[in-house]
Ligand binder design. Structure first.
Ligand code: E4P
Length: 225
């Protein structure tokens, strides 16, 4: 499962790339607004750091979405255009996909919606795990069901587990067969953490020092002769 960051913050993307584990970034209007940056400038900067950068359309009609999608795709070859799971969004997505633009169908909350995304040849579909959990539905269960339906019907569209809130969502998305999981920076950071890693590291550092001190003590009498 590829790991993406759900962010519009450059410093977070840079950290993920430095750690060698990041394959892409998803953004949305809320994340761009929180970063307080110009949409186009920020997407171009992120595309300069990492591949597979989802940029979201904000228009509504099919024709407007086609024009907007073309504009976003022209910003950089790494851009994946996000269209909403609406009739207009999918209609536009089909045209854009036909032109070779990679499409991420966003705001997916059911298997049937995911089947519609597959029908337009979307590059990926984004089921929103956390938002379903928020309303007492099974977000990861939806990811599992979409993966199953896609495998059973030979669909190539990738399943991108989105709206991830916890490290457990990441683990569960992997078990559910998601191709990609996109997560906030704090969740990505938390994936590194385990108390036994910290404890083991401290013990090795301590033993290394002890070993060197013991060797130095053995050599001392010879050096003083
Ligand atoms: C990613 O493409 C989505 O826009 C994002 O994961 C939504 O997350 P949220 O539900 O935390 O806003």
């Amino acid at each position: 499962m590829k790991l993406y960051l759900d962010t519009a913050e450059l410093s977070e993307v840079e950290s993920g790339v430095r750690w060698g584990i990041l394959d892409g970034v998803t953004t949305n209007p809320t994340l761009v607004m929180r970063a307080g940056k110009d949409h186009e400038e920020q997407i171009k900067k992120i595309c300069g750091i990492v591949g597979n950068v989802s940029a979201e359309c904000v228009t509504e009609s099919r024709d407007d979405l086609i024009a907007e999608g073309r504009r976003l795709a022209a910003w950089h070859k790494n851009v994946i255009v996000k269209v909403p799971l609406t009739p207009d969004g999918l209609g536009a997505g089909r045209v854009l996909a036909g032109e070779g633009v990679r499409i991420n169908v966003t705001l997916c909350f059911s298997v049937n919606q995911a089947l519609l995304a597959a029908a337009i040849g979307a590059w990926c579909v984004s089921p929103f795990v956390g938002r379903l959990d928020d309303i007492n539905e099974d977000g990861v269960g939806l990811v599992r069901d979409i993966v199953k339906a896609y495998r059973e019907t030979g669909v190539k569209t990738k399943v991108l587990s989105a709206s991830i809130r916890t490290p457990m969502h990441v683990t569960q998305s992997a078990h559910a067969g998601a191709d990609i999981a996109t997560m906030p920076f704090k969740v990505l950071e938390s994936m590194f953490k385990h108390p036994l890693t910290d404890k083991g590291l401290a013990a090795f550092a301590e033993d290394y020092k002890k070993g060197r001190a013991a060797l130095a003590a053995k050599k001392e009498p010879a050096a003083s002769r």
